[in-house]
Design a protein around this ligand. Structure first.
Ligand SMILES: [Zn+2]
Length: 313
């Protein structure tokens, strides 16, 4: 999830420049206390997910049995099989119509979606789960550590942002669990930090006669502005996030897809739409390097926060 420069400015000021109590007696000076933003402030700051990032776009086949059925910058991925389909992420609630139109435009039926999965329990990825479940009759499978949030309709991650309609979870997953349907097997890799149950999904697909390893990158580390060291709600947040990066680094991926695909698709979307081969996503930064860079960014954030805390003492 990305924030506007204005939001980051507000956040940075709120988080790092003052320890003083504000007028209503709350301490708004603790690093990362996003939860101290008012509900109105949170909604205002999440607005782009409800507007230009969730605009409808034409669906297309990415490769093999994997299709893009999401919006302009919020992904939803359809993975098809002869016995029914998977849907990874449902986006914000208003994207339901886009996803339905996309699935049907590609020649598939909503009622054939059997399993709804998620990258992580943040509103911009799972707000449509409840309505999509009603529409398709599909089961909702989710990593155990995000299941309570889905059922509560509340963001229980360090971010503590906008909520969603509660959705009943049919199966709670553990790290490394697999789900098979019609000869397609998806493997859940647990990558906590950004949300407690953030999940990177992996699968093999056959494209032009070749087996391609595809990974759906679930999450970067905790959102910017979140208190990393000694977070009162998530005391092991730094260790959890490092585990997440290391767990993802074990995966092999020829191609990886993300929850906000505008940047990785920029400049190659047309090539993907016309099914150019070799696949343009094969030119991505190698997966191992990508994860190593994300981990290094996170470690720099931890170090900066540590120095800031030491500077105060
Ligand atoms: Zn998120």
């Amino acid at each position: 999830m990305k924030y506007s420069a204005i939001f980051m400015g507000i956040l940075f000021a709120a988080a790092f420049t003052t320890q003083a109590q504000n007028a209503d007696g709350q301490n708004r000076g603790q690093p990362g206390r996003l939860d101290l933003l008012t509900a109105q402030e949170k909604i205002a700051n999440g607005q782009s997910f409800h507007t230009h990032q969730s605009e409808p776009v034409e669906p297309f086949r990415i490769l093999g049995n994997i299709y893009y059925v999401g919006a302009s910058n919020i992904a939803s991925y359809l993975i098809t099989s002869p016995d029914g389909h998977f849907l990874i992420d449902t986006g914000v609630q208003s994207m339901t119509a886009t996803i339905k139109n996309s699935v049907e435009a590609l020649g598939f039926r909503m009622g054939d979606i059997k399993v709804i999965l998620s990258s992580h329990a943040h509103f911009d990825h799972i707000q449509g789960h409840a309505i999509m479940k009603r529409m398709t009759g599909a089961q909702v499978f989710v990593m155990d550590a995000d299941a309570d949030a889905l059922e509560a309709g509340q963001d229980l991650s360090p971010l503590g942002f906008e909520g969603w309609e509660p959705v009943r979870v049919d199966r709670r997953l553990q790290d490394g669990e697999t789900i098979a349907l019609g000869g397609v097997t998806l493997t859940a890799t647990w990558a906590p930090g950004h949300s407690p149950g953030c999940t990177t999904w992996g699968m093999d697909t056959v494209d032009s006669g070749e087996t391609v390893k595809v990974v759906f990158f679930g999450c970067n580390g905790p959102n910017d502005g979140v208190q990393l060291i000694d977070n009162p709600r998530f005391p092991t947040l730094v260790e959890d996030a490092l585990f997440g990066f290391d767990n993802m680094a074990k995966l092999q991926a020829d191609i990886y897809l993300t929850g906000h695909p505008q940047m990785p698709f920029a400049g190659i979307e047309h090539q993907m739409r016309v099914q150019l081969r070799p696949h343009p996503l094969l030119q991505q930064q190698p997966w191992a390097d990508y994860i190593a860079d994300r981990k290094a960014d996170f470690e720099r954030r931890v170090q900066a926060e540590r120095e800031l805390l030491q500077g105060r003492n």
